[in-house]
Design a protein around this ligand. Structure first.
Ligand code: NAP
Length: 241
């Protein structure tokens, strides 16, 4: 049975991916940081359906936390076959209002976390000559978002890491890809009012806002595929083409 470790699995996109992969029969380690109750609830709900998952609290912006989390996963399941770097934060602010603290928090949570998680999972993947790394970036890393410069930079950084690492790790049979979602209906977008959501919908050729399940479907495909690496795949309803 293959093992998946997913960061930021307590809510939104990560929760949906974790639940569905657990139902598909993968061993799942669901990482959370602040939302312990929600992670525990997901674990409980799945266990009522006869499905066991592991949950682990770690702030993925901290190297030591990530180290301990990977050790936990390896002790439990022996391998990390699939790493999904999903944890992330967003903040709307004018460029000149971004403080050093804001910047470091954004880059630490969204980008350094990916660096730490991949480095700490890699020795096991290289040893197995097998691995699948999926980084969740964003359309805003592709096209840039006004008033979200730090967020856009963090996501563009992830895509750069994906492409470079795919070249470096291909010979070890480790695939590295990004999923760059369009606007998806989660708590992250609670700050968008209904008028803005309606505008986005109208500007989207498929005329809808995405759902976490749309991202799970893409993850599932990438896990099963054997010939895709270094790609930035963007499920976005055609909003960015
Ligand atoms: P969300 O509902 O706000 O969930 C964010 C998740 O990230 C939570 O589980 C949160 O865990 C976790 N997280 C945040 N900081 C963390 C840290 N330091 N350590 C560990 N976990 C941390 O957001 P979402 O919409 O599902 O977003 C998931 C990913 O998709 C993010 O990377 C986001 O940038 C990306 N994305 C989202 C959209 C969208 O429209 N929603 C579009 C493009 C890309 P805790 O609450 O437990 O701390």
């Amino acid at each position: 049975m293959k093992t998946v470790l997913i960061t930021g699995g307590s809510k939104g996109i990560g929760k949906c991916i974790a639940e569905n992969l657990a139902r598909d029969g993968y061993n799942v380690v669901l990482n959370y940081n602040k939302s312990g109750n929600q992670a525990k609830q997901t674990q409980k709900d799945l266990s009522k359906q006869g499905i066991k998952i592991e949950i682990y609290k770690a702030d993925v912006s901290k190297r030591e936390d990530v180290k301990k989390m990977m050790k936990f996963a390896l002790n439990k399941f022996g391998n990390i076959d699939i790493l999904i770097n999903n944890a992330g934060i967003a903040k709307l602010q004018m460029f000149n209002d971004i403080t050093d603290e804001d910047w470091n928090e954004m880059i630490g949570t969204n980008l350094n976390s990916v660096f730490y998680c991949i480095q700490e999972a890699l020795p096991n993947m290289i040893h197995n000559k097998n691995g699948c790394i999926i980084n969740i970036s964003s359309i805003w890393g592709l096209v840039g978002a006004s008033c979200e410069v730090a967020y856009s930079v963090s996501k563009a950084g992830i895509d750069g890491m994906t492409k470079s690492l795919a070249k470096e790790l291909g010979p070890s049979n480790i695939r590295v890809n990004s999923i760059a979602p369009g606007v998806i209906d989660t708590e992250m977008n609670n700050n968008l009012d209904n008028v803005i959501k309606e505008e986005i919908k109208n500007e989207t050729p498929l005329n809808k806002i995405g759902k976490p399940i749309d991202i799970y479907r893409c993850v599932k495909w990438l896990i099963e595929d054997e010939f895709t690496t270094g790609q930035i795949i963007s499920p976005n309803g055609g909003y960015v083409i």
